[in-house]
Ligand binder design. Structure first.
Ligand code: BG6
Length: 655
């Protein structure tokens, strides 16, 4: 166990300088000419330097196959930092000092002579910067080189001499259980487990680190944190991005390897593990590993029952024209690829605390929004009390951890609507990081470099945890390989395959969809709304489920609400019953009714069963009343986009 065990990743708000600096060291980066170095590592070092957290006894030696000189590498970094730094203002003086400590030597990973040259250079830099013999090796390379680099580091004599030697390795750590075991073996030939720091960049996120703080520094939640009070837990990682030109890598990976086996299982472990004996690194990591070891490894039959997968197809317009390619048409992807870009699963944690509590996970690419949330849904209060009142059923209490892009924590509960009758509405309390703290300007890698230099492994994966995570994923990989799926099965920009909704519906539950400000801004009306306005609109959205064939809007009726499709398809029909347009997940309709009381101009019918969000006019006007500056803007949009004459003060007066 490391000597410095207090740091759990939070290195204070950027800008504060009451923390110790990182330890002296020479950082030797393999893969220094690649993407990770310029996009994340160097901006992270720059952030540490700006915040006074980087030791003065620090230098970087970059290495890669590219035949660059130190001057050429610095010149590249000078360009790249301008693009990738994350601060409002760029501090040239801090950067100049940092980049003057950057050096570069080309080396093939199999070239022992080159490693000997690296060794000499590290020794020289160590002298020059008084780095106490400490060396941090950063493997920003493909995992197939890890073993080779370790061997050559050993042969070149890097393990010898005073000072600590630590290795940071990037994900993916193996591509399945067997390769992960093999990789661990190769690295551990020359290095000890406490010298290996396996990166999972989700552990660098403040909102993820805060899961532990939230659970263990607040007295009111832990007593409820078990099967007696919690009905189910949902982990959702939706990505709007597609394969992003990384088809070559992604097609060998898929969402299970890329997101679930690492990032999502890390969050699962934090949320569900037992309280550690202390916040010491190994104490926390023991509990995390224990938790993942308690997750049931599925039989092929259980995989079939509890897991679904998907792959996105193209986005097409009403005429069938392809607007954006499907996964199989992406660069470097096999045109018949069976790789999953989406997965949803129900997991079982077979221990005393969680037995019987469904743990749902879902993640995918090319979905309609970006958002990572963890929803803890509590058991409902008995409804019988409210019989003979106008209250129509109670919602569940939910505790929602908003990981990104919105960062916050929310509690949902029921409140009485002011008035003479017992009417109830869900409301929420929200804590936003941006309101309470200075917004973080960090990339997530700062804390990795910083805590590794201090010998704190808390934010890194230990070998046993990685293996436990692969043990859960392996049966899924095996079953999927044996039974190729019928892909594609969800459209780009949708909410994913229908099978995912059915998976949870079978248990009598539904995914809790978190509507974000970004999503609302897709509707012209809300484009210019500020955060407060949009967040009030979000709380006013009411879920509604409709059956296939049901009519939602009848032509001629006076509309009083707009609809947002969370899942399903609706058809807009003309007088003769002909379908004019089909709308699906992520689309909106009926928004004009919020502005004007005019009869609906078409019929809208459900093509499939649908999950919808409804925003009523009364709520909309009430919110406008509280945000009068926005009413003028709404009237303007109505004029410009819908050619409607709307009087802003009438809207407010309707409240
Ligand atoms: C990476 C995956 O590990 O995490 C990417 O390889 C994914 O495919 C990314 O997009 C998501 O990270 P974040 O921080 O944007 O949620």
């Amino acid at each position: 166990m490391s000597a410095t065990t207090q740091v759990t990743g939070s290195i204070s708000a950027p800008g504060e300088t009451d923390n110790p600096t990182s330890n002296p060291c020479i950082m030797l980066i393999f893969g220094a000419s690649g993407d990770l170095t310029k996009r994340l590592l160097v901006p992270a070092m720059y952030n540490l330097a700006c915040d006074g957290l980087l030791s003065d006894n620090f230098a970087v030696l970059g290495s890669a196959m590219d035949k660059l000189t130190t001057e050429e590498w610095r010149a590249r970094m000078n360009e790249d930092i301008k693009k990738f730094h994350t601060r409002k203002e760029f501090d040239q003086a801090v950067w100049d000092k940092l980049v003057s400590r950057f050096h570069y030597i080309p080396a093939g990973f199999a070239d022992l002579d080159a490693f000997q040259t690296l060794k000499k250079k590290v020794a020289e830099l160590n002298e020059q910067h008084q780095a106490q013999g400490n060396v941090l090796f950063y493997f920003a390379t493909a995992p197939r080189f890890f073993g080779l680099i370790c061997d050559n580091l050993n042969k070149a004599g890097f393990r010898e001499g005073a000072g600590w030697k630590r290795i940071i390795v990037e994900k993916p750590f193996g591509t399945d259980l067997e390769s992960a075991l093999q990789l661990n073996k190769e690295i551990l030939v020359h290095w000890n487990e406490d010298q290996i720091y396996r990166v999972d960049h989700y552990l660098g996120k403040e909102t993820v680190q805060n899961l532990l703080t939230f659970r263990f520094s607040n007295g009111i939640f832990e007593p409820l944190w078990n099967k007696n009070y919690i009905d189910n837990i949902q982990f959702n990682v939706s990505e709007a991005v597609d394969a992003e030109g990384r088809g070559g890598y992604y097609d060998q990976s898929g969402v299970l390897r890329d997101m679930m086996q690492n990032h999502m299982f890390q969050m699962l472990a934090y949320l569900c593990m037992e309280p550690p004996g202390s916040f010491a690194s190994d104490s926390i990591r023991n509990e995390k590993a224990k938790l993942l070891q308690a997750v049931r490894a599925y039989t092929p039959e259980e995989v079939e029952k509890y897991v679904v997968r998907g792959q996105y197809g193209p986005q097409v317009d009403d005429t069938g024209k392809v607007l954006k390619p499907g996964y199989r048409q992406e660069k470097d992807v096999n045109p018949e690829s069976k790789t999953e870009t989406y997965a949803a699963a129900r997991l079982h944690i077979d221990n005393w605390r969680w037995e019987g509590v469904p743990i749902y996970l879902r993640s995918g690419k090319a979905l309609w929004k970006r958002g990572t949330e963890i929803v803890v849904e509590f058991k409902k209060a008995p409804e019988v009390l409210f019989r003979n009142t106008p209250c129509q059923g109670l919602g569940a209490n939910r505790l929602i951890f908003h990981i990104q892009p919105y960062q916050g924590i929310e509690i949902q509960f029921q409140a009485k609507i002011p008035g003479p009758l017992m009417k109830i509405q869900p409301v929420h309390m929200r804590f936003g990081y941006g309101d309470a703290f200075k917004a973080s300007r960090y990339t997530g890698y700062e804390v990795m470099i910083y805590s590794c230099s201090l010998g704190d492994g808390t934010l890194f994966s230990r070998g046993d945890l990685v293996e436990a995570a692969w043990r859960i994923a392996q049966p899924l990989l095996d079953s999927w390989k044996a039974n190729p799926a019928d892909f594609p099965n969800y459209a780009r920009s949708s909410w994913g395959p229908k099978a995912a909704a059915e998976l949870i519906k079978r248990d009598g539950r539904r995914w809790h969809e978190v509507v974000t400000e970004e999503v609302l801004k897709q509707v012209d009306l809300f484009k210019n709304g500020d955060m407060l306005f949009l967040s009030q609109v979000i709380m006013a959205l009411k879920p509604m489920q409709t059956a296939k064939g049901e009519t939602i809007i009848k032509k001629g009726d006076l509309g009083q609400e707009m609809y947002l499709i969370a899942r399903g398809e609706v058809e807009i029909l003309d007088d003769s019953g002909k379908v004019i347009k089909t709308l699906k997940d992520g689309d909106f309709f009926g928004e004009i009714a919020l502005l004007m009381s005019t009869p609906r101009t078409a019929n809208v019918r459900c093509k499939s069963s649908c999950d919808l969000f409804v925003l009523g006019k009364a709520d909309f006007c009430r919110i406008l009343h509280d945000h009068q500056q926005f009413a003028e803007g709404v009237a303007k949009i109505a004029r410009e986009r819908y050619n409607l004459k709307v009087n802003a003060s009438n809207l407010i007066a309707n409240a």
